[in-house]
Design a protein around this ligand. Structure first.
Ligand SMILES: CC(C)(COP(=O)(O)OP(=O)(O)OC[C@H]1O[C@@H](n2cnc3c(N)ncnc32)[C@H](O)[C@@H]1O)[C@@H](O)C(=O)NCCC(=O)NCCS
Ligand SMILES: Nc1ncnc2c1ncn2[C@@H]1O[C@H](COP(=O)(O)OP(=O)(O)OP(=O)(O)O)[C@@H](O)[C@H]1O
Length: 210
């Protein structure tokens, strides 16, 4: 939500992360509804870069071949997902193309939020702990934590992914323990209802001054 007047200080950056299916996007939506912070969603920016006509498509086609591009000209997500989560080297190659583009798009989005007068910006970045790129820039890191069994169940409920495929993705990400070690604030999103998650998110937002 834009808010005037424009701030003379750069906005305070807060990282939001968690494993696949932990509830990052749900918490980000709650923050959007209940605070004035700007929210930047790295997955969403990544999907825009890899949609039909996206800036990353020519580079991906060149590096991986046209079988990874749909007839409409977008990244063939199912095909690429199956490919990279079976091969750490190929995953690194894809990240080598996409991460610099995602990072510079995030920088631009931070600048836009600052120009709009936001004093706080929440960066929802799935690989925040893994990449090490952002830590020094962030005031605080918020971790959405939940048991691995629940991550699997939630991803299964919202997609057609097989359990083994979800487990491979989880294994490619930071462990729950490593993620928690990076936390300034933990929002535990275990077996709780959405209204309890909302209460916890609002408490975290108040603690962070959002
Ligand atoms: C592999 C791809 C094609 C799969 O697409 P898909 O539509 O199934 O997933 P989507 O992009 O919506 O991501 C969903 C979740 O998967 C996990 N995930 C995505 N990329 C990665 C990765 N490189 N390493 C580990 N986990 C990842 C995250 O938890 C993310 O929230 C896609 O995720 C991709 O292009 N990844 C590379 C870019 C990237 O690293 N993005 C995430 C960090 S910014
Ligand atoms: N406390 C909860 N109660 C019920 N459903 C939940 C809860 N938290 C999250 N969910 C559901 O679980 C699924 C995964 O949540 P969400 O998309 O927010 O996770 P995510 O961490 O952003 O996932 P990804 O890493 O894939 O982007 C969604 O369908 C969401 O509605």
């Amino acid at each position: 939500m834009p808010c005037a007047p424009r701030h003379s200080h750069p906005p305070r950056l807060i990282g939001l992360t968690g494993g696949i299916g932990s509830g990052k996007s749900t918490v980000a939506q709650l923050l959007l509804q209940h605070t004035k912070a700007a929210i930047i969603d790295a997955d969403q920016l990544s999907r825009a870069l890899t949609a039909a006509g996206g800036a990353a498509i020519p580079l991906i086609a060149q590096a991986f071949g046209s079988s990874f591009i749909t007839p409409e000209g977008a990244l063939h997500r199912e095909h690429m997902r199956a490919y990279v989560f079976h091969s750490p080297a190929e995953k690194k190659r894809l990240e080598g193309i996409l991460h610099p583009m995602i990072f510079s798009t995030i920088e631009q989005a931070i600048k836009n939020a600052s120009d709009q007068g936001h004093s706080h910006v929440v960066l929802d970045i799935p690989l925040l702990v893994e990449s090490g790129h952002w830590r020094a820039r962030l005031g605080q890191v918020v971790i959405i934590d939940c048991p691995v069994e629940l991550q699997i169940r939630r991803v299964q409920q919202r997609s057609q992914l097989e359990q083994a495929e979800i487990e491979r993705i989880i294994q490619s990400q930071a462990s729950r323990q490593d993620r928690l070690a990076s936390a300034d604030v933990v929002i535990y999103n275990g077996d709780i209802c959405l209204s309890a998650l909302q209460t916890r998110t609002q408490a975290a937002a108040a603690f962070l001054g959002l």
